[in-house]
Design a protein around this ligand. Structure first.
Ligand code: ATP
Length: 315
């Protein structure tokens, strides 16, 4: 029976700015997203039955219909009922390498891989924009996760404009294993504290998105200017997450003292990432910070910027 194996990269946010409220209850965002080479492996195959079955090696990942990968498969069944009844049920196996509830879009990238995989399995011939349109109904980060690389994301994060690929930039990810931050809590708290600053006029919102698109960080990305990119990293959610999680704030400071190019929290955290010029700098920084903090709960990964989203790989 035919099966597909897909690589699903995690993402970090080089820029995350909350600029307003939306009528649908979400926030209006301007983000610069970046895929990294740390990713999950997703295997998809027809199971000759009717149901969707999910398997995963990570105890924190739900195996029921709350899993975003499951939701993605069910969405494809609903959108393409003829193919679904012809091809039958699907087995999805997730090899989880991305830390869970970490602000790295782990669930979203798994869902993106299922959309890409089912498109191949059922030979639907859907284009990337068509898959992204379906993905946007599952979660704001899913469209980016499909195409990946470096991109500007606006709206609630689902409108994607590709930016030039970054090269030779190393990324240290660091997370306290026992710490997780609820994304809805982070955005809700931000709204409570900062909604008086929100832009409400659609033209102002568009203008702000434009400013970022033609701003210094995008220029630095176009020039692959690592030092400048590091200096311009920005995340609005740090304003609410760092005071509530001082250990995360201290972790960022510890990386900054090691002269990394830049260090901020990714998404709603609690993962922080530090940009490094080389593999050896990344390795050295990890050993120095873990020695200084000396807490077995702290986990670090050394990875690289990745120029793509979901990719098929050999089984
Ligand atoms: P984002 O950055 O998009 O907010 P995240 O990286 O912070 O996401 P996830 O790893 O996607 O967070 O996990 C958030 C919650 O979603 C988990 O606590 C878990 O219960 C649930 N979940 C559902 N599907 C998945 C999945 N495929 N992988 C991981 N978690 C999942």
């Amino acid at each position: 029976m035919q099966s597909y194996c897909l690589f699903a990269p995690a993402k970090i946010n080089l820029h995350l700015e909350i600029i307003g409220d939306r009528p649908d209850g979400y926030h209006e965002l301007v983000m610069i997203m970046q895929s990294v080479s740390l990713g999950d492996i997703i295997r998809i195959r027809a199971n000759g039955r009717e149901e969707i079955r999910l398997f995963c090696n990570h105890p924190q990942v739900p195996l029921d219909d709350t899993n975003l990968a499951y939701k993605a498969a069910r969405k494809m069944q609903q959108e393409y009922p003829n193919a679904s009844s012809r091809e039958g049920g699907i087995d999805i196996t997730i090899e989880k390498n991305i830390p869970v509830a970490a602000g790295l879009a782990g669930g979203s990238t798994d869902a993106a891989a299922v959309l890409v995989g089912v498109n191949l399995l059922w030979k639907l011939g859907l284009t990337v924009p068509e898959l992204q349109q379906i993905g946007a109904t599952l979660g704001s980060d899913v469209p980016f996760c499909i195409s990946g690389g470096t991109a500007l994301a606006t709206g609630r994060g689902e409108k994607i404009e590709p930016l030039p690929d970054l090269q030779n930039l190393w990324v240290v990810l660091a997370k306290y294993e026992s710490l997780s931050v609820s994304t809805p809590w982070a955005y809700k708290t931000y709204r409570e504290r900062y909604s008086h600053q929100y832009l409400s006029n659609p033209e102002d919102i568009q203008r702000r998105a434009h400013q970022i698109h033609s701003g210094d960080l995008v220029k630095a990305i176009s020039q692959n200017n690592a030092r400048q990119i590091g200096a311009l990293l920005y995340n609005d959610l740090e304003k609410v997450v760092l005071p509530a999680y001082p250990a995360v704030a201290e972790l960022i400071e510890a990386f900054k003292r090691k002269n990394v190019l830049g260090c901020i929290m990714s998404g709603s955290g609690p993962t922080v990432f530090a940009l490094c010029e080389s593999q050896s700098q990344g390795e050295e920084v990890i050993s120095q910070v873990t020695a200084e903090i000396d807490n077995p709960d702290l986990h670090c990964w050394l990875t690289q910027v990745c120029p793509h989203g979901i990719m098929t790989v050999e089984n």
